[in-house]
Design a protein around this ligand. Structure first.
Ligand code: NI
Ligand code: MN
Length: 232
């Protein structure tokens, strides 16, 4: 699989069988993303919640590529009313797309659609677990605080191999909480996200590396540059 970080919480995941999944495609207004939105293609677009820094360019990309938009029930209704190809899900549910299983899991955050003139209710914020063809599980946590399910449900039950985790603080977990989440979930690898996009979420990722190293020496922290691709 190939995992390209597009900055902030935006990732492009390409599976072994070449299924292209865009997660939280915040591209054209994302100061840390230099990839032009027109260059992105997708079979699936997964949106963790309605905030502009996650919903991003989903409509433009879905319109151009006819990608299937996967989001919570409320955001899915928003898309279907405008004629988009969409599938709603809810917390705890799974769905198969070719050989990839996607599970929607809880996140502690809000989810209103906030970028239109009137703020529209957007259901509950979520994270996604992608179980790939080879059984490996990648968990994109969305925007979230530290909460008990990360230990009891994500760590003990789903047991993801790879974790994409916000560390920027202010709107999500910061370094201390995120490194505790890593300890609870105990993945093989963690990729920090949702930091250094804007001044208010500035973090030194090396501090995160140090904290994870102390609390969870078996977990490898991988720091990507925006635009960089991890392959395994
Ligand atoms: Ni948010
Ligand atoms: Mn956010």
């Amino acid at each position: 699989m190939k995992l390209r970080w597009l900055g902030h919480s935006a990732f492009e995941l390409i599976s072994e069988e070449n299924l292209k999944i865009l997660i939280d495609p915040f591209i054209s207004n994302n100061p840390s993303c230099s990839v032009p939105v027109e260059d992105l293609n997708a079979d699936l677009i997964c949106i963790t919640h309605g905030h502009a820094d996650h919903f991003g360019d989903a409509m433009e990309i879905a319109n151009r590529t006819s990608a299937l938009v996967i989001a919570n029930h409320e955001i899915s209704i928003f898309f279907s009313r405008q004629g988009f190809n969409t599938q709603g899900m809810n917390i705890g549910g799974s769905s198969k797309f070719h050989d990839i299983k996607i599970t929607m899991v809880d996140a502690k955050h809000s989810s209103d659609i906030d970028f239109m003139e009137e703020v529209t209710p957007g259901g509950c914020a979520c994270g996604f677990i992608f179980e790939l063809e080879n059984g490996k599980k990648i968990y994109h946590a969305g925007d979230t605080s530290l909460f008990g399910d990360l230990k009891n449900i994500i760590g003990d039950f789903y047991k993801p191999d790879i974790l994409l985790l916000p560390i920027g603080d202010r709107y999500t977990m910061g370094l201390q909480d995120a490194s505790t989440a890593v300890n609870w979930i105990s993945p093989n690898k963690v990729f920090p996200m949702h930091y250094n996009t804007f001044p208010v979420i500035e973090q030194d990722p090396d501090d995160f590396v140090d904290m994870v190293h102390k609390k969870s020496p078996k977990t490898e922290v991988i720091i990507l540059e925006p635009g960089e691709t991890y392959i395994e």
